[in-house]
Design a binder for this molecule. Structure first.
Ligand SMILES: Cc1cc2nc3c(=O)[nH]c(=O)nc-3n(C[C@H](O)[C@H](O)[C@H](O)COP(=O)(O)OP(=O)(O)OC[C@H]3O[C@@H](n4cnc5c(N)ncnc54)[C@H](O)[C@@H]3O)c2cc1C
Length: 480
């Protein structure tokens, strides 16, 4: 960095105004970590450097000026919108970093119900947009559990996915166009068209960039008709994950498009379904939605396919609807979970991967066996598949552990990373992807070369081309 920290703050104040440059030490400290090291905030034991300032931008022009200044003076920029990151994408590794806060760019610019698309600034929380379009009988079709807090810029930057992905897809299937700012303050807009074959699809340079290539200032996403009156919920108990994967696969291969398609193993299932499922029972569940005729055909077709597996015993659909209505995580649930961790020192973590149908069960079994054998203090270990495709599915490992001989600030190194290592190693061994939807962040960056193989060349060159001075979220996606 070519300037003193005070000089950086002064320059930033000139760009956005003094009241938009936060330098209060406590706020800066709370912004040194995200959920990857959430225990540092929960127990107030901070070990990482604080950013030197948080800059709240109100417009693309302000974001461009900040990025131009940062690029010229070698100031590392960590972009942020909702702050729900789970993989260390917001973690500060260098004290000469600023947080570029797009949470203050929160205008809904246009809802175009004729062309079925909505344009928003990056800081609009998904729930706000969803509530607004619901008033018009529409939906974004995007429903990650963090949607009350996660915002459009971050959702695009992390390549997020929601509960209804089997019907609507991930965010990559929803983004029509966007506006982004590159280091040096270069503003690029990708226009909104239904499809084009004009060379590579450059939306994919933006989607999933995790703030390591550019700052996303505006996003246009598709809209769909919302018809809750047609929702159908279906569920079964069963004894084996292998049967569940086989049934899930058959539904996907047959071409059905339920909005929700999930398979819980018995231990993870007990967290939600203990009032009707026995402790050794897995749960297979679906939801169909959309047009009445399609919904009916989808539900009937799935029921017919699952009936081929006598091990699957139907459950009251009301149980599945009840589960569904309590899925999202707003600030209240987050606070309750933080308090539970503080008082019990029992920590809940998750890691998601993807694999083809041939290997997903092998990965699942290998991971569970190794974590049980190698990690002390595990109090719950299970997982579920929640996003399925014609050629495979994801596995979302869900695990709880007690902090044994471990201070809260050591949790990531002593527990979380060793467990992630097991999951990543087994996934790579069977040819899967080490990240299904949370992003690589800094947490899984150590394995990015193995994840990409020979295509790492392309990723590395993208980084060099768009961020030649290395000021964009240093250490995220590509390790330092
Ligand atoms: C309780 C909980 C439930 C979750 N459920 C889901 C789920 O169902 N599906 C899912 O996919 N994820 C889920 N997540 C993960 C998280 O919510 C997503 O990754 C989300 O997309 C992050 O959005 P955000 O606005 O909070 O981004 P932030 O946390 O602010 O940032 C996330 C990353 O994106 C970058 N970034 C943020 N804004 C911008 C921008 N404007 N331009 C460029 N880069 C930017 C940041 O630098 C960081 O690397 C969950 C997280 C929690 C805590």
């Amino acid at each position: 960095m070519s300037l003193t920290r005070d000089a950086v703050v002064e320059h930033l104040q000139q760009i956005v105004g003094p009241d938009r440059v936060i330098t209060d030490p406590r706020t800066l400290q709370l912004n040194s970590v995200d959920n990857f090291r959430k225990l540092q905030n929960i127990f107030d034991v901070h070990t990482l450097p604080s950013p030197l300032a948080i800059v709240q931008v109100r417009s693309t022009a302000e974001a461009a000026s900040v990025l131009k200044f940062a690029d010229e003076h070698g100031v590392n920029v960590v972009s942020k919108t909702g702050g729900t990151a789970t993989e260390g994408g917001l973690e500060i590794r260098d004290e000469n970093s600023i947080v570029l806060d797009g949470g203050t760019m929160n205008a809904i610019i246009n809802i175009d119900a004729y062309n079925m698309q909505a344009t928003v600034q990056c800081g609009v929380p998904l729930q706000v947009l969803e509530d607004k379009v619901r008033e018009l009988g529409l939906t974004t079709g995007h429903s990650p559990q963090s949607k009350p807090i996660a915002s459009m810029g971050g959702l695009v930057a992390t390549r997020s996915i929601g509960q209804f992905s089997t019907l609507y897809g991930g965010i990559e299937d929803m983004v029509v166009g966007c506006e982004v700012v590159f280091p040096g303050g270069i503003v690029s807009r990708i226009k909104n068209v239904p499809r084009r074959a004009a060379g590579p699809d450059i939306r994919h340079i933006v989607i999933g960039n995790e703030g390591a290539l550019c700052f996303i200032s505006e996003v246009t996403v598709k809209l769909f008709p919302y018809m809750p009156e047609n929702h159908v919920f279906m569920g079964w108990t069963l004894k084996n994950m292998t049967t569940g994967f086989a049934a899930l696969r058959e539904v996907m291969v047959a071409g059905y498009k339920p909005s929700v398609a999930r398979l819980y193993d018995f231990e993870d299932g007990q967290l939600h379904f203990s009032h009707f499922a026995k402790p050794d029972e897995c749960i297979l569940l679906f939801m169909a939605e959309g047009n009445a005729g399609i919904t009916k055909a989808t539900a009937e077709g799935i029921a017919e396919l699952v009936a081929k597996y006598p091990e699957c015993q139907p459950v009251d659909p009301a149980y599945i609807e009840e589960w569904f209505n309590d899925l999202v995580w707003g600030p209240d649930k987050v606070q309750r979970e933080d308090e539970r961790i503080r008082t019990t020192r029992n920590v809940n973590r998750t890691t998601e991967i993807s694999a083809d149908w041939s290997s997903v069960n092998d990965i699942y079994e290998a991971v569970i066996a190794r974590i049980r054998a190698q990690i002390n203090g595990i109090t719950l270990l299970g997982g579920h598949s929640s996003h399925s495709y014609i050629n495979g599915t994801n596995m979302y490992f869900n695990y709880f552990f007690d902090l044994i001989d471990c201070e809260p600030e050591e949790e990531t190194e002593k527990y979380y990373l060793p467990i992630i290592s097991i999951i990543v190693e087994e996934t790579l061994r069977f040819g899967g992807s080490i990240v299904h939807h949370h992003g690589i962040g800094k947490a899984r960056a150590p394995w990015v070369r193995e994840e990409y193989g020979t295509s790492f060349f392309m990723l590395e060159h993208l980084k060099q081309a768009f961020d030649p001075n290395g000021v964009m979220n240093m250490g995220t996606i590509i390790p330092r």
